[in-house]
Design a binder for this molecule. Structure first.
Ligand code: AMP
Ligand code: ZN
Length: 463
């Protein structure tokens, strides 16, 4: 397998630490509001990653987090906690908001038919472990206190700028807002935030006395949460870490700084970052009114899997432009695959060639080449259009393993009653009773089954 690795800037052969077991970590969502379709593209790309790893024979242990505390409104570690703000706007507690939006996220995750991670971890369940890492960092001299928290001194980590090729001087000069003057360096970030007296915060924990001189409540910073969950659930070094390109300069740079300073070993051997989608050429944003959720897509007649097909037609490293026209094309493609998949139930379709073996190796090779799902999909299109073929259930199972488009599940056989209607229609046609035949076709159509007459007899597919 080849993967494009942000750490080296190269597309390179994937060599896991263990020949059989692969450890993967995926930065999950902050559960403070509905996620838009752009947010979900990452999970779709990483679903292909997990599937391809499995098809290559690896046992994948994959952990994903749900951020329910500490992700501040601005990347500069300033402002309100996104969760607290979300709760305030909704008039609910943070715990309620977190549960509601985590459920919503997981519901969409399942509807996209994404392979479930081995473990999904809520950040708020790892506070003790966060504090342990912060303690290690303190003992090693990487931390300092300010009036509002315990900060990481990025100047103490000499390779801080390397991962994202940061120019720290330029960063400092270009800082738009006056940065927290108590910070030693502009890139320093909070490991633990202290809650001021009288300030309201739903999620808060006592700050241990060895870390903070006075009695104070606090909560973890966003970056420490991922570092902690990785260490606790997967170990000090993992094979693959995934996220969005926006995570490179701050979130992942900080994850590396904390983990590698605390553990003394490399955090991840391969870093995969997916690019953004634009909508009609524009950034997804509230002010442009172009934030779409799956409910919006459903209202326009598109399913989760139509969107999944749209995403995997592209590559995770490319910026993609979303439009409803292109989504419609993806939907048509999926429909075409489904119409082909239902032929396996139909003897009359066997006028076509029964597909015995096909190019599974070619499809897997395309996917294994830096997750080139677009090339893999084209191979399947070729098989469908050129062979005039009927797929075997086994081949469809392979395609489902590759893409997770639920071909088998979405194309069950028609019912015995519907089969009886087809038989009746066949008899009517043999008697040249075209009026009855048309009525029966209409009846089936109303049940979502379209009938076509071919030289081999009737063929049906779902509407
Ligand atoms: P946000 O809730 O806006 O902070 O987004 C959460 C994550 O979703 C970001 O960190 C990005 O990695 C990803 N994301 C946001 N917008 C897009 C987009 N338009 N296309 C792809 N990914 C996105
Ligand atoms: Zn993360």
């Amino acid at each position: 397998m080849k993967l494009q690795n942000t750490l080296t800037g190269k597309t390179e052969e994937f060599v896991p630490m263990d020949t059989k077991n692969v450890k993967v970590y995926t930065c999950g969502p902050t559960v403070y509001g509905y996620q838009h379709i752009g947010n979900y593209t990452a999970y779709i790309y990483w679903d292909i990653l997990v599937r391809v790893l499995k098809l290559n024979g690896y046992i994948v242990k994959r952990v994903m987090n749900l951020t329910d505390v500490g992700h501040l409104v601005s990347d500069e570690d300033e402002g309100e906690d996104k969760m607290e703000k979300g709760a305030r706007l909704a008039g609910k507690s943070v715990w309620e908001v977190a549960e509601f939006f985590a459920d919503d996220f997981l519901k969409n995750f399942a509807a996209l038919n994404l392979v479930e991670p081995t473990k999904i971890c809520k950040a708020s369940d790892y506070i003790e472990e966060d504090l342990n890492i912060i303690r290690t960092l303190k003992l090693k001299g990487y931390t300092y206190p300010t009036s509002d928290g315990i900060y990481y001194d990025t100047a103490k980590f000499p390779t801080y700028a390397d991962f994202a090729h940061l120019n720290l001087q330029q960063l400092k000069a270009g800082a738009r807002v006056k940065f927290n003057q108590e910070k030693h360096n502009i890139s320093d970030f909070a490991l633990w935030k202290i809650i001021k007296q009288g300030e309201k915060h739903d999620m808060q924990w006592p700050t241990p006395q060895d870390l903070w001189a006075s009695k104070a409540m606090g909560y973890p910073g966003w970056h420490i949460e991922c570092a902690t969950i990785i260490k606790t659930e997967l170990g000090d070094t993992i094979d693959i870490h995934t996220g969005g390109i926006d995570h490179i300069p701050v979130h992942h740079t900080n994850e590396i700084a904390q983990s590698e300073a605390a553990n003394g070993v490399r955090l991840a051997n391969y870093w995969l970052h997916c690019n953004f989608i634009t909508i009609d050429g524009q950034k997804i944003s509230k002010s442009l009114g172009n934030i779409y959720t799956f409910d919006d897509l459903a209202q326009k007649g598109f399913s989760h899997l139509d969107f999944k097909m749209w995403v995997i037609q592209g590559h995770f490293t490319s910026e993609r432009n979303f439009s409803f026209e292109s989504l419609e094309a993806a939907q048509t493609r999926l429909k075409n695959w489904q119409n082909w998949a239902v032929l396996r139930h139909q003897k009359s379709a066997l006028g076509k060639k029964k597909l015995v073996a096909t190019d599974t190796a070619g499809i897997l090779a395309a996917l294994s080449n830096n997750l080139n799902s677009a090339a893999a999909l084209s191979i399947v299109d070729g098989i469908i259009s050129q062979n005039d073929s009927v797929p075997s259930a086994q081949f469809l199972k392979f395609l489902d393993d590759c893409f997770g488009l639920a071909l088998l599940e979405s194309t069950p056989d028609i019912s015995a009653k519907q089969k009886a209607l087809l038989k009746k229609r066949e008899a009517a046609r043999a008697d040249r009773d075209f009026a009855t035949s048309d009525t029966l076709r209409q009846e089936l159509s109303e049940q979502g089954v379209e009938v076509l007459d071919t030289i081999h007899g009737q063929i049906w597919h779902y509407r």
